[in-house]
Design a binder for this molecule. Structure first.
Ligand SMILES: NC(=O)c1ccc[n+]([C@@H]2O[C@H](COP(=O)([O-])OP(=O)(O)OC[C@H]3O[C@@H](n4cnc5c(N)ncnc54)[C@H](O)[C@@H]3O)[C@@H](O)[C@H]2O)c1
Length: 245
């Protein structure tokens, strides 16, 4: 199998895009360590992987809490002896226009999406530097590339993830560590409760994405197949940001 002997550390795999990535990596032979704040969903993902004959462990982790992140990265390393792929995918969205956003909601979004991603990268990279290898993929968004109305905290948090990705790629390439990001358009997950025609029409392909279409890109960027790609943020948006419509 393609990823036999590889181990992956993934956040935000209790549902949505992260769950699909976790299941797919495990199907291809990787051992998958899931770090997520949602215990029920995380354990369900592990059960789904084990039903397919794969290897997976869950650890309840709040990525805004450095101690949680330290313990989870270290536990993953203890269980699987290394981290080949780190996928920092956990994120939240709270919609509000800039002048209406509360300080509390700003802090929540920035803490999970930006600080949480940085904390995970920090501790993954400390381990990967010792290993002298590793591939990190962060989940940004098209909101990391363009502005979006009503998302005054989410947009800067996702732009910030691209900044972290580029900076880490520059700093740690010499240790054999690659760092990339994905920028999905709208994806069919729990976030998208009502798939309106209007939403589909924003994407030139005429539909929103399925989670496996984003998962494939994350897996490619994690794997050796993208061995010369680093510091990149890959847009997967059905053409939504290609230009004015
Ligand atoms: N769904 C979309 O349309 C879309 C588009 C672009 C980008 N994204 C990004 O994709 C990523 C995954 O989102 P999704 O669409 O699969 O939604 P989701 O809500 O299904 O997944 C988010 C995951 O993050 C976890 N999480 C939230 N806060 C956490 C914390 N403090 N610590 C640890 N885990 C935490 C949740 O428990 C959940 O498992 C997010 O970063 C999101 O911003 C989603």
């Amino acid at each position: 199998m393609e990823f036999e002997g590889k181990s992956a550390f993934i956040t935000g795999a209790s549902s949505g895009i992260g769950r699909t990535v976790a299941i797919e990596l495990a199907k291809r032979g990787a051992s998958v360590f899931i770090a997520d704040i949602n215990e029920k969903g995380g354990r369900e993902t592990v059960a789904m992987i084990k039903e397919n004959g794969g290897e997976s462990q869950f650890q309840r982790t709040d990525i805004t809490n450095e101690q949680d992140v330290i313990e989870s990265v270290s536990l993953c390393n203890q269980m699987y002896n290394k981290i080949d792929f780190a996928i920092n995918n956990a994120g939240i969205i709270i919609g509000a226009m800039l002048a209406d956003l509360s300080e509390e909601d700003w802090d929540k979004v920035i803490n999970v999406n930006l600080k949480g991603t940085w904390l995970c990268m920090k501790h993954e990279i400390q381990l990967m530097k010792k290993q002298q290898f590793g591939s990190i993929v962060n989940t940004s968004s098209i909101a990391g590339k363009i502005g979006l109305k009503h998302h005054a905290a989410y947009v800067p948090s996702k732009h910030g993830i691209i900044g972290l990705t580029k900076t880490a790629a520059l700093e740690y390439g010499k240790y054999g560590i690659r760092v990339n990001a994905v920028c999905p358009g709208t994806v069919h997950t729990s976030w998208v409760h009502r798939v309106t025609k209007k939403l589909s029409n924003l994407h030139p392909l005429g539909r929103i994405a399925e989670t496996d279409e984003i998962a494939e890109a994350i897996i490619w960027l994690s794997s050796e197949k993208s061995s010369y790609v680093t510091g990149h943020s890959l847009v997967i948006d059905g053409g939504r940001t290609a230009g004015e419509q």
